[in-house]
Design a binder for this molecule. Structure first.
Ligand code: ITT
Ligand code: NA
Length: 184
């Protein structure tokens, strides 16, 4: 069967496709859906999945994610997409200039919904540290300023990132649940 991932973000889709390849076919639908002005990524994703499943009349997943920086009290968090588009990685590095506490986490919430059903959500967290400059040309978004166990994520391949990331954790939980559902 084919599953549809509604996202504008080619980087997210690439990672999901690599994790699902041997399990089921994943197709991207590049469609805009309303994103609740909310602090809770789970609510944003669940609402989006329900909206898209009804609008498209088929089962879908959506994913809402963000970077939460300890020293900035969790900023940009739910505003990660907006902040990436406006001040970008250079703006984040500027806010973090001279700050020695550099712990940050990525969060991913994947929401699945079929028409007429309630959405189900799966979450993943990935702890790391903010770098002091952009490193590497891999990945997308905040990857060039994030490192995991001293390994710059901008230098990871999709496969390497998929062994450890927030998105991996959420998507694998979903994959297991979805396989059970298909076999039920
Ligand atoms: P959608 O169409 O799926 O919503 P988006 O890019 O707008 O795509 P979000 O609303 O979930 O995605 O915003 C998440 C932001 O955090 C966005 O700027 C991403 O680039 C960034 N981000 C999320 N996961 C990331 C990752 O694994 N590495 C780097 N940046 C990431
Ligand atoms: Na978005």
């Amino acid at each position: 069967p084919t599953l549809y991932f509604v996202t504008h973000n080619a980087g997210k889709f690439r990672e999901a496709q690599a994790l699902f390849r041997e399990y089921f076919n994943l197709e991207q639908i590049d469609m805009t859906y309303p994103e609740l002005q909310e602090d809770d990524l789970s609510k944003i994703a669940a609402y989006g999945a329900r909206y898209c499943s009804v609008e498209l009349d088929r089962p879908v997943i959506v994913e809402d994610s963000g970077l939460f920086i300890d020293a900035l009290n969790g900023f940009p968090g739910p505003y990660s997409a907006y902040v990436q588009k406006t001040i970008g990685n250079k703006g984040i590095l500027k806010l973090m200039e001279g700050v020695s506490a550099r712990r940050a986490e990525f969060r991913s919430v994947v929401a699945y919904c079929a028409p007429g059903e309630e959405p189900t959500v799966f979450t993943g967290i990935w702890w790391g540290d903010l770098l002091t400059e952009e490193v590497g040309t891999g990945g997308f978004g905040y990857d060039p300023i994030f490192s995991y166990r001293r390994f710059p994520v901008g230098e990871m391949t999709v496969e390497q990132k998929n062994e450890v990331s927030h998105r991996r954790r959420a998507l694998l939980e979903f994959r297991q649940w979805y396989e059970n559902k298909l076999n039920a």
